[in-house]
Design a protein around this ligand. Structure first.
Ligand code: ADP
Ligand code: MG
Length: 440
């Protein structure tokens, strides 16, 4: 058992985490318990594997900073899996049981509306009897409409139902990369056996198979092996099978064998309900008025809806205020202006050159030192994110570079943004400065 004092410190740490990283803080953090605080290490127990992985992947930095703020010391933070209810139990090391699932992406947290009813119902049906209803299930829709969420929800459900079903969940890119690596290492047989032993194979964003002949061939055989054994296959893509470019006809036809379900952009009512659900997940209260205001202004993409919520929540946290309509409006001003006024590459270059203390001529030059390359790539990334310019046009502004260079820069900075919280903070800050410059 830990002392009251340690419990109190832990409560303050959780408070700090909420302020430091509102985007990742969740209501269920209340269920975490402190296992120990000694010798420069804080042990935190968590009863759920998906939550544990989420904490390790997304929240470690915020916890370390929070403990430092509360105790004044650098402390190592360790998350451990504890059996449910066993508060204070010594944590076991983490056995990785199947694929990594996002703890938010469950059926409980999915709001059903006319735009996604069929997709949702088919996922629920499948999770109740693998291989027996729709096989394969093919979900498609634009980015940010909940495909990945539904795929994870099926896996959560199947895992929870126990029975030891073998689940393979991966993105198509993972599939392709693992396949390529297996070939390089001469491990092809092992690669095949891995997927062909699955009871449920879920591949997200299958459109990445386009133009990958060898991977398509391999996937074709995997598909057949599983299908013929009555195993369940679920696929998602940004377009229906027939519209995925350069996809072999035999795959297109197989993808159409089962059920093809489309997800449409959500209606206003669904957007409001999703916002309420997301706020609740984060342990935040928002009024209907605020939810409706946001839902009216952000329409196409649910990821952006969530982003708006994060922006509002972050402002409320920094100003230590509750979330009123006025605060929401203020928080979203930048984002809404962004949509209605056009940011130019010149705006972006002005902010980036100022921040890095480099000259436009440097960015346009052939110089390839890190101190020039990074700001140049960041300019390209931001131009892609904040303007409607084509890759060629962006390259043109930055010394006549071709579109593949710009694309490479965007991929690289996107990767860095995901891997490195500092890069994410930097990009957020630059974006803020650019939008603020627009308003002044
Ligand atoms: P996609 O894979 O289609 O690009 P995601 O599944 O990644 O989209 O969804 C983007 C975000 O929107 C996720 O945070 C997800 O939880 C959320 N989301 C999408 N649809 C819903 C819904 N119907 N209810 C709740 N959250 C949703
Ligand atoms: Mg997705």
């Amino acid at each position: 058992m830990v002392s009251r004092e340690v419990e109190a410190i832990f409560a303050r740490v959780l408070d700090h985490v909420r302020t430091l990283d509102p985007a990742h803080a969740r209501r269920w953090f209340e269920d975490l318990h402190v296992l120990r605080l000694d010798g420069g290490s804080l042990g935190i127990g968590c009863p759920d594997q998906a939550q544990l992985e989420y904490l390790q992947d997304q929240c470690k930095e915020a916890f370390i900073r929070a403990v430092q703020q509360v105790t004044g010391h650098m402390v190592v933070v360790e998350f451990q899996l504890t059996s449910p209810g066993a508060v204070g139990a010594t944590g076991q090391s983490v056995a990785t049981l199947g694929p990594r699932l996002h703890p938010d992406y469950t059926f409980d947290n999915f709001v059903v509306g006319p735009s996604n009813r069929l997709a949702h119902a088919s996922c629920v049906a499948i999770s109740q009897s693998l291989g027996a209803t729709y096989n394969p299930l093919f979900l498609y829709g634009s980015s940010g409409l909940g495909k990945t969420h539904l795929l994870h929800a099926v896996c959560h459900q199947v895992r929870r139902a126990a029975g030891g079903a073998v689940i393979e969940l991966l993105t198509c890119e993972d599939f392709v990369n693992r396949f390529i690596r297996a070939i390089e290492e001469g491990n092809q047989a092992w690669f095949q056996s891995q997927f062909r032993g699955a009871d449920l194979l879920v591949i997200d964003d299958i459109q990445f198979l386009s133009d990958r002949e060898h991977s398509q061939e391999e996937f074709f055989h995997t598909f057949n092996a599983l299908y013929n054994n009555g195993k369940q296959i679920i696929l998602s893509a940004d377009s229906p099978p027939t519209e995925i470019p350069a996809l072999e006809a035999r795959l297109v036809s197989r993808f159409n064998w089962g059920l093809v379900a489309r997800i449409d952009p959500p209606s206003f009512e669904t957007r409001v309900a999703i916002l309420q659900k997301k706020a609740d997940l984060r342990g935040v209260d928002i009024t209907d008025e605020v939810a409706e205001y946001v839902a009216r202004h952000v329409q196409a993409n649910i990821r952006e809806l969530e982003g708006a919520l994060t922006t509002i929540y972050a402002l409320a946290m920094t100003e230590r205020q509750s979330i009123s309509l006025a605060l929401a409006q203020r928080a979203m001003e930048g984002q809404i202006k962004l949509a209605s006024r056009n940011i130019t590459i010149t705006d972006i270059i002005a902010v980036v050159t100022r921040h890095f203390n480099v000259r436009l001529a440097d960015l346009q030059s052939k110089r390839r030192s890190q101190s020039i390359t990074e700001p140049r790539q960041i300019c390209m990334y931001l131009a892609r994110a904040l303007t409607r310019h084509s890759l060629e046009e962006i390259g043109g502004h930055l010394g006549g570079r071709d579109h593949t260079t710009v694309m490479h820069a965007c991929t690289k900075i996107t990767g860095a943004r995901e891997a490195d919280p500092k890069m994410k903070a930097l990009l957020d800050e630059l974006t803020k400065q650019i939008t603020q410059a627009m308003q002044s």
